[in-house]
Design a protein around this ligand. Structure first.
Ligand code: SF4
Length: 467
């Protein structure tokens, strides 16, 4: 019998050990989400063999060595990727709606012994042999952001929230980008809507936001705020803080995931963000960063150092992932990502079921897959660190909890959502990829008459069930 002293009481506990391990201990080697790479992984790229840590984490070096066209890509990886893969990438780029841009950090994290299955490669480098025909219901601006736009680059869809697209460039160009209608340079397949960083355009957006007293919440996006200069961050941040009814805003950037060293070495830029967040805090307004990690492989020791610096400055960072086939659509992959983000103080906030985006059908998954993975992830860690899986309803319905469909016809792959607080009385449809459907139904999708019938049937069923 053991005696344990707690405050003034002596408690007698049976057995030799006063602590009972009711749950079996987790094997330490399974706590993989804490194992962050701190090796010189970039030296695997032949041209960067001699690049040391100080050089690699320089934000300027990352910018100077960004891969911005297929030629640079081929030059960087031709000695470590097979000729077949190189040809495959060339074919992929020729068909892509997005311009090419990948940071040295992201390029070096790709497993060049198996690039076809690498989750970072899949996000940024299309390969011709994996492309699938677009879904027949695809439109270029599938979320209808331009339709809900009172002034160029501003979308006002939710009653109290606006999306402010401040510029149209990014530190990388992601294949899955919903804004491929505007982001990056024109490509062989898409002529882009121009949304340059422009003070006159911004002034109109500020004027609209000042006049709309119902607005409390602004997303500053693009493009990507990583490309805003420090003075531009100050100008936008202070202008929004000066609007009395704006209570909170978030700077949106993919940058932390693909170029975290900017936080460590671009002091002016980080100071500008800190200045705005500090002033916001003193005004009791919330200013945070929303970022975009999609796979645990993007999180390294450099990411952790960057997040530690932001954490010390009191800057909250939340994450929004895009659910992608072969990137994070497996429950173990997603759980690892969620735990790893929690470990470095990033809150996993949303997982978006992949929008219908031109040239990315190979990355899309079924709504059913998202629901299955969400069930496995929920409970793996604290609720506030567990992302909500959402469908951004095509047609402008906004984000809907993936489970909350009014009707989901697994045969045709059509799910129907409503958004009463956003667009009352309207029904929004999302479409599973054709590959997940049986061949007869796939064929029916290519027949305009049958397609219309399928859509009508499913929407009518949803309407009949809707309370
Ligand atoms: S960083 Fe964001 S806006 Fe830019 S291409 Fe990627 S997803 Fe699109």
């Amino acid at each position: 019998m053991n005696e344990v002293q707690i405050d003034d009481s002596t408690i007698k506990i049976g057995g030799d050990d006063p602590i009972k391990h009711l749950r079996p201990k987790v094997a330490e080697e399974s706590i993989t989400w804490r194992e962050l790479r701190r090796d010189a992984f970039w030296q695997n790229i032949p041209g960067w063999k001699e690049v040391d840590y100080e050089t690699f984490i320089s934000s300027k070096w990352q910018e100077r060595n960004a891969i911005t066209n297929p030629k640079k890509l081929i030059k960087a990886v031709q000695d470590i990727a097979s000729p077949e893969f190189i040809e495959d990438v060339k074919a992929g780029f020729a068909a892509a709606p997005m311009a090419v841009r990948i940071s040295p950090y992201a390029l070096a994290l790709i497993d060049w012994e198996d690039p076809y299955n690498d989750p970072i490669r899949r996000q940024f480098l299309p390969v011709g042999s994996q492309l699938e025909p677009d879904h027949p219901m695809l439109t270029l601006d599938s979320l209808h952001e331009q339709e809900d736009s009172p002034t160029k680059g501003l979308t006002h869809r939710y009653p109290d929230k606006a999306l402010f697209l401040t510029l149209d460039t990014c530190p990388v160009y992601c294949r899955f980008c919903t804004r491929s209608y505007a982001v990056g340079l024109d490509t062989e397949t898409v002529e882009k809507v121009q949304l340059k960083a422009n003070e006159e355009r911004w002034a109109l957006a500020f004027k609209y936001m000042r006049e709309r007293k119902e607005l409390e919440d602004v997303v500053i996006s693009g493009g990507d705020m990583y490309r805003l200069k420090p003075d531009q961050i100050r100008e936008i941040g202070h202008a929004l803080l000066d609007i009395p009814h704006i209570r909170r805003f978030r700077f949106a950037t993919k940058g932390l995931a693909i170029q975290p060293m900017k936080i460590l070495t671009d002091t002016d830029w980080v100071d500008a963000v800190t200045e705005v967040t500090d002033r916001g805090r003193k005004m009791h307004k919330e200013v945070v960063i929303h970022t975009h990690f999609n796979t645990a492989n993007e999180v390294t020791g450099i990411s952790q150092d960057a997040m530690n610096l932001l954490f010390e400055r009191g800057i909250t960072v939340r994450n929004q992932s895009v659910f992608q086939r072969g990137v994070n659509d497996d429950p173990d992959q997603m759980t690892e990502l969620v735990r790893r983000l929690g470990y470095i103080n990033v809150h996993p906030y949303y997982v978006y079921v992949h929008d219908l985006v031109q040239g990315t059908e190979d990355l899309r998954t079924m709504v059913a897959t998202a629901i299955r993975v969400e069930k496995r992830v929920r409970g793996a860690t604290a609720g506030f660190n567990t992302p909500l899986f959402v469908v951004d309803a095509p047609g402008g319905g906004g984000k809907r909890d993936a489970h909350s469909y009014e009707h989901y016809d697994r045969e045709t792959g059509i799910s129907v959502y409503t958004a009463p607080a956003v667009k009352k009385g309207e029904f929004f449809t999302y479409f599973d990829p054709l590959r997940s459907l049986n061949p007869d139904i796939q064929e029916a999708w290519h027949n305009p008459v049958k397609r219309e019938e399928m859509l009508n049937d499913v929407v009518q069923t949803a309407k009949a069930r809707y309370i």
